[in-house]
Ligand binder design. Sequence first.
Ligand code: ZN
Length: 311
Amino acid sequence: MSDRILGLHHITAIAANARRNQDFYTRVLGQRLVKKTVNFDDPGTYHFYFGNETGAPGTILTFFPWEGMGTGRTGSGMATAIGYSVPKDSLEFWKDRFTKTGTRHDAISQRFGEQYLSFQDPDGLNIDLVVSKIPDSRAAWTTPDTGAADAIKGFHSVTLTLRSIKPTATILTDIFGYKLLEQEGNRYRYITDAIENAAIVDLVEAPSESFGYNAAGTNHHVAFRVKNDEILMEFREKIVKKGLHITPKIDRDYFFSLYFREPGGVLFELATDNPGFTRDETLNELGTHLKLPRQYEADRARIEAVLPKLD
Ligand code: ZN
């Protein structure tokens, strides 16, 4: 089983204000900031990782907060919603919390026999809180406001919107080992049995949907999880054989990565479990320091001076 794709690793999205982004995910949603670093390609911008206590794969939502960036447009060829798994009977708590914090949200609804609550983060990013049919025994990160009875456990799913689902579905089934589980209207639910949670990808077929535009409030890429570098490179071979362009292995400090654009237009990444977020901070201190990749350490003073101030 361990040589397979193990569901979602992380999802990366774009925000337009670092302080507001950190405030919303840590205070309103009660996620742990597990790593505060910079965009490796643009060190004047933060890269935040929010997740559970350890930042376990399958719980990590990451952001590039580009100050003052304009709002993007969700559309086809993009991940258009993130699904977080929450405990049974917690949706009323969240609905109330969103009302109190001025967070845009919809009414509690149901699909595939699961109750969910859709809301938007301060940049307009679409997120669903889902009470999963599949048992979710993952321990959530808790805060004084978001206790174990309500706290987010990690990802439930990601939704990709596509003009045609076929080419993307083929990648999921033929390379990633997912299977079609259910269909409701134009939404097709794919799942892998290689892992218990964060195992779902919903493909929504919308033939006339305009292509999305990547900027604040949209998802940049979706990363799938593999156990280690060796398996990462086995998948690289499989993707090359499909005739798709894929990057060489990239060291992201907390995992090793490959990127490729799947035929439906969504940027996919494959990311390893190793070495993880405790590579350069202890478990207790995760997210409390600004961590810079080696190549920028000499420029720390200058980088700290340009990064926006946080609380
Ligand atoms: Zn990534």
